[in-house]
Write a protein that binds this ligand. Structure first.
Ligand code: B1H
Length: 838
């Protein structure tokens, strides 16, 4: 192989004249970076210095592609997807970049020749935890797929100084620590101060008529914040395409003088300036709830305005006239967090670029599209009018005008229907007045989508029903997907190798190819190889658990894993009720022959969500008793893995036998962990919720452990007046499980500790645990039964993997392209001569 190019998937990927991927070149480059970037020699270098040197070595090899990609897009004035998201949960970058560059093996060798262990260095990376859970991780998977498919795209978001908190467990309780992820520097980003922009906040507007007789508005802000972009390259898998994730940091503005400066209050003015830097300080740690805080709305307008202004700058640089904005950019709103874009784009076009309303509105609607991610009422964002008008006076005026015109349109389509008008209005006037962000997003977008079939259907018939009746053509479904590069190739190399040995390596970009594994499901030799890989990944997770928790778990026991944010609707406590039921059975009958099981949990609770924190305490308390009870004789173990994040997720998915997807039907919009587990050969126990339904359709009902009420049944039962207490009274095992908790058995005699949880279940049970309990227990029994027959189990696991092709994020992105964005791939030709750029 030549040092300047590698042939990957039939494509020649060139290196420039100063990089190259020969082992000797890599070694030299690593040492160069250690000496001349880190300024260290081996005698004093830390593990982090070595990590940084390696990261810079890899970055050099990305930048060539990044520059080539940017040059191509600029030259061709490429139509571009702008993915606006308040969260990007990227996970560690180094390993993924090695995989996508196709140089993992070479680098592994180079490092080991220098006396390093690549895995240890990968472990050193502090991941950017700039997201809460599924929504942020989806955005990251989509960036990977867009680059892999060769689509021009930019991810726009916020460079939070503190990402999602680090979770500690003390005495069984969650304790939060700030996530200082930038502490040792971030080798993957490049600061671009020359592209800074300013964002106005607060103040008031002044209306006047200009010389031409046109009505104009001047917004005089109270405050101006500066946004500085930091760019991270997003390389596709084995392609030359390297797109950009552009995250904004807030800084005090220099150009704007506060009154205080003029009145001599220098320190006061500096203090106020510092306050504006808080805008990008911290990620709000809520998943599926909206807190309604002023700072959060400030974050939203901050990154949305920065991003839109950045797009205007790009238009100008490429000399594209503004009226072609919708042809140049397709903007996807990742939930309502960036929905203020509707009003901000209008404001920029009308106020700052003198466009008239109708043309601006046409551009806005053609450019924007909106993905809804949740049906939970507490997650639907709405802002009190006063708060909104105080921070964004001009946007409120624009929203009133949009609303006025929109409601006139509604009146024409549905005459004499004032109820409908008030339901559809962008302003909720039923009590205190609010701006409804989902309504703003729906009116301002040409396309609206849900993230799984059931979710989209429920959106249309429930949460956004009036909009679906008003604009049926806007609605479609785009079932979520996940990237097989990070979640199989990177996280599960042995499984990747096994699959590739059988069907070649095309499946990593054509996931439907996994179907070719089906014939091997019956192949005993293949089953054995499959089992030994699963056994090895379980043993390695067991070693991690021993190190972290001091608990020894048996890798031959069944690993059932529930890893996701802790939430009542996700029902980790239903899983706990099953553990207690098994435990009670063993106590009643110590010789009972049960399938040995290890129950694993991982996930963070929102710091203000008391019930979720109590659920963590319950898991740990039950674990403490069960794990120590000699009578259990290691047949049951309960482990809470602290600080679940992308890095840990990559260890966890490969080691699962059973994936717990047990949310109340109708509550989980999609779920994506369900896909990652199944792709790594776990079988699913789950409800007919979110994407579970489609997973079951794909893998076959006979290869899925189904239980529980359907969304319709939940709805009906609620309507009839659900009485959880009846289930408690009539089901002895359920009663015993709840009574055990209440008796103080798991809480050193404290009978009050878990009362909020058990009372909620017995008297309210908003998520129907008690109604689903028996059905869940029975499904778990079927799981245990099947696990006894390892060959049948493995056969089913192989069939699951073989039939998961639909759930690649490549498929999702292709659907967005075909039906919403209408963008085509761009081929990036690289030259290995940098001088060509001049
Ligand atoms: C999802 C959120 C979410 N839906 C508000 N909604 C947030 C809402 O900080 N906030 O204010 C943060 C996150 N997250 C998840 O999206 C769904 O619950 C999952 O079912 C889905 O798979 C995922 C991706 O679509």
């Amino acid at each position: 192989m030549q040092s300047n190019s590698v042939t990957l998937m039939g494509q020649v990927c060139s290196e420039d004249t100063r990089t190259g991927v020969l082992v000797e070149t890599l070694k030299r480059s690593f040492l160069n970076n250690l000496f001349y970037v880190q300024g260290k020699f081996p005698g004093i270098a830390t593990q982090n210095d070595y990590y940084m040197a390696l990261a810079y070595m890899v970055r050099d090899r990305l930048l060539h592609r990044w520059i080539g990609t940017a040059a191509t897009y600029t030259k061709q004035q490429t139509r571009t997807v702008a993915y606006l998201s308040a969260e990007f949960l990227m996970g560690p970058q180094l390993g993924n970049n090695l995989i996508n560059l196709g140089i993992y093996d070479q680098v592994n060798q180079a490092m080991s020749e220098l006396g390093f262990n690549l895995e240890d260095l990968l472990e050193q990376e502090e991941e950017p935890g700039l997201g809460n859970g599924g929504l942020g991780r989806l955005a990251a998977c989509y960036l990977d797929s867009m680059a892999t498919l060769g689509l021009a795209s930019i991810g726009y978001g916020i460079r939070y100084e503190f990402g999602i908190f680090d979770q500690d467990i003390r005495d069984g309780w969650q304790v939060e620590r700030t996530d200082k992820w930038l502490r040792y520097g971030n080798p993957w980003e490049v600061e671009r101060p020359e592209w800074s922009v300013e964002v106005k906040l607060g103040g008031h507007t002044e209306h006047y008529v200009d010389q031409t007789g046109r009505g104009r508005v001047n917004w005089i802000p109270y405050e101006v914040v500066q946004g500085i972009p930091f760019d991270t390259p997003i390389l596709g898998y084995r392609t030359n395409t390297a797109n950009t994730l552009r995250l904004w940091t807030a800084q005090a503005s220099e150009s704007f003088d506060f009154d205080a400066f003029n009145s001599g209050d220098y320190l006061g003015a500096v203090y106020e300036k510092m306050a504006s830097e808080n805008v990008s300080k911290v990620l709000y740690p809520n998943d599926d709830v909206s807190q309604g805080k002023r700072l959060r709305l400030t974050q939203q307008i901050f990154f949305v305005s920065c991003s839109l202004q950045d797009m205007f700058r790009i238009m100008k640089a490429q000399e594209i006239p503004l009226h072609q904005f919708a042809d140049k950019f397709a903007i996807q709103l990742n939930d309502t967090h960036p929905a203020i874009a509707v009003a901000e784009l209008m404001r920029l076009l009308i106020d700052e670029h003198s466009m008239d309303w109708d043309e601006a509105w046409g551009i806005t609607q053609r450019t924007l599209s909106y993905t809804n991610h949740t049906l939970l009422p507490e997650a639907l964002e709405r802002w009190p009018i006063d708060l909104f008008g105080n921070l964004l006076p001009r946007h409120l005026e624009i929203i009133y005008e949009i609303n006025h015109r929109f409601l006139d349109e509604v009146r024409i389509k549905f005459p004499d229907d004032e109820d409908r008008i008030s339901r559809l209005s962008l302003i909720d006037e039923s009590g205190e007045r609010y701006v409804r962000m989902a309504h703003l997003a729906c009116v301002g977008s040409h396309a609206i989508n849900g993230v799984a079939e059931l979710h989209t259907q429920l959106l249309k018939q429930d949460v956004l029903r009036d909009f679906a009746e008003m604009y049926p053509h806007k609605f479609s479904n785009k079932t979520n997907g996940v990237t097989p590069r990070r979640f199989i190739a990177l996280s599960n190399p042995p499984l990747t190798q096994l699959i590739t040995d059988k069907i070649g390596d095309r499946w990593l970009t054509q996931l439907e190819d996994l179907r070719q594994l089906e014939p091997y499901a019956e192949d005993l030799e293949f089953q054995h190889q499959w089992q030994s890989i699963k056994r090895a990944t379980k043993a390695s997770l067991a070693a991690y658990i021993y190190k972290q928790n001091g608990i020894s778990v048996n890798p031959d026991s069944m690993f059932g894993i529930q890893a996701k944010r802790i939430h009542e609707y996700k029902r980790q406590h239903l899983n706990v009720l099953y553990i207690i039921t098994l435990y009670n059975r063993l106590k009643a009958n110590p010789d009972l022959d049960i399938t040995p099981r290890t129950f694993l949990f991982g996930g963070k609770a929102a710091p203000g969500y008391f019930m979720a924190k109590l659920m963590i305490k319950l898991i740990n308390s039950v674990g403490e008793v069960v794990n120590r009870d000699p009578e259990v004789r290691d047949r049951l173990k309960v482990v809470f893995l602290k600080d679940y994040n992308v890095k840990l997720a990559q260890r966890v998915y490969p080691a699962a036998d059973l994936s717990e997807q047990i949310s109340t039907a109708g509550k989980e919009a999609s779920g994506t962990g369900n896909m990652k587990f199944a792709l790594n050969g776990a079988l699913t126990i789950g409800t007919l919720d979110g994407a579970n339904i489609e997973i079951r359709e794909e893998v076959g009902a006979e290869n899925f452990f189904l239980f529980g009420l359907t969304a319709q049944e939940v709805y009906d039962l609620r309507g009839q007046g659900y009485c959880p207490r009846d289930y408690y009274d009539s089901n002895p095992e359920l009663k015993l499980a709840l009574d055990r908790i209440n008796s103080g058995f798991f809480s050193h005699g404290d009978t009050d500790l878990f009362k909020p949880l058990t009372d909620s279940l017995i008297y309210h049970d908003p998520f129907f645990l008690l109604a689903d309990y028996q059905s869940y227990i029975e499904a778990q029994e079927r799981v245990s039964q099947l696990y006894q027959d390892q060959s049948a189990w493995t056969r089913m696991a192989i069939l699951n993997v073989a039939r998961m092709g639909k759930f690649s994020s490549d498929r999702s992105i292709q659907d967005y392209c075909d039906e919403i964005w209408h963008v085509d791939p761009v081929k990036i030709e690289l030259s290995n001569n940098l001088e060509e750029f001049f």
